[in-house]
Ligand binder design. Structure first.
Ligand code: KDG
Length: 315
């Protein structure tokens, strides 16, 4: 039995090392990322079992994704390689010290060709939790069918389904997203949604009331994340609030995935609602304090590093 199965697109990331418009030139660092892959690494670093599936190209970037995941202890045994499409790219630009931009080169990518036949049915059935996101259905019709197939398979096996809305306006319109994501929310037990994306699911802007309204669609746990304002959740019929931990943000990309990883790892370890939310806030703070979408993910022993004041030296 595996703790968590997750599925989505892995991307090679070219992260500009300086600040300013990319047209100025400069150096790039090659990394890998992808929302679901980030969560898999986050959960594995916290000592739980995680398996990831996504179509990768038969290229160096696909190999970099596998190499990274294997080094992080994530099970990649069911990852299909697509010989006729490239691994997707994401370019990260730090436009100013405070504002980052990302550009995708993922149309027609190997990851976008994910299809129901790629869903490792036995692995899903053997996983306590299946974690999916709203990015994958934005990639193609077959990728959306694969996500639906994984959710239905997990539910039929009485496993927990977790779903992060993760709306990406560069990939599809709000009405398209809404039509695809609401049925997936109805199949989920745990839903993560940014406050700005609530309107895709329900007609309620207030985060606390929005969490309740999303729960009325079916999930028992709904977490609305609000960046530096923290999060508010409706869990098993009660409202919970969790402030964000103080942190100097180095790179905000990946905060939501880190929160989901911390929350889900605590849930899988039997933690109560308050513990899940606190661990989510802690992992998010540790990830945004480091360059990269997942690189700052903590081990269990490192969770205590969050929340120290600037300049603290841990001895
Ligand atoms: O949440 C971080 C992700 O946004 C990033 O790792 C890449 O999956 C990604 C996406 O589609 O933006």
């Amino acid at each position: 039995m595996t703790d968590m199965f997750t599925m989505g697109e892995g991307l090679a990331v070219f992260a500009g090392s300086g600040t300013g418009p990319l047209r100025n030139g400069g150096n790039f660092t090659l990394k890998v990322a992808g929302s679901e892959l980030n969560v898999a690494i986050g959960v594995a670093r916290l000592g739980l079992g995680a398996a990831w599936v996504g179509r990768i190209g038969a290229d160096e970037f696909g190999r970099a994704i596998l190499r990274t995941l294997r080094a992080e202890g994530v099970d990649t045994s069911a990852v299909p390689t697509d010989p006729s499409a490239p691994t997707a790219l994401m370019i990260k630009e730090r436009r100013t010290a405070d504002v980052s931009r990302v550009v995708y080169y993922r149309a027609g990518s190997a990851g976008s060709r994910l299809a129901p036949a790629d869903v490792p049915v036995e692995l899903v059935r053997a996983s306590r939790l299946t974690h999916l996101t709203g990015i994958t259905p934005a990639l193609s019709g077959t990728a959306g069918e694969a996500v639906m197939c994984a959710a239905i398979t997990a539910r039929a096996a009485e496993r927990t389904v977790s779903f992060d809305i993760n709306y990406r306006s560069a990939l599809w319109s709000a009405p398209e997203a809404s039509a695809s994501l609401v049925p997936l929310v109805r199949l989920s037990d745990v839903v993560f949604v940014g406050a700005d994306d609530l309107a895709l699911l329900v007609d309620e802007e207030d985060p606390a009331l929005g969490a309740r309204a999303v729960a009325a669609l079916g999930p028992r746990q709904v977490v609305v994340t609000m960046g530096s304002e923290g999060s508010v959740a409706w869990i098993d019929g009660e409202t919970y609030r969790q402030p964000a931990l103080p942190v100097t943000t180095v790179d905000p990309v990946g905060a939501g995935d880190a929160f989901a990883a911390g929350y889900l790892a605590a849930m899988l370890s039997g933690g109560a609602a308050e513990r899940r939310l606190l661990q989510g806030a802690t992992t998010a703070a540790l990830v945004v304090g480091v360059d990269g979408d997942w690189e700052g993910s903590p081990s269990s022993a490192e969770l205590a590093l969050a929340g120290f004041s600037r300049g603290h030296v841990h001895r």
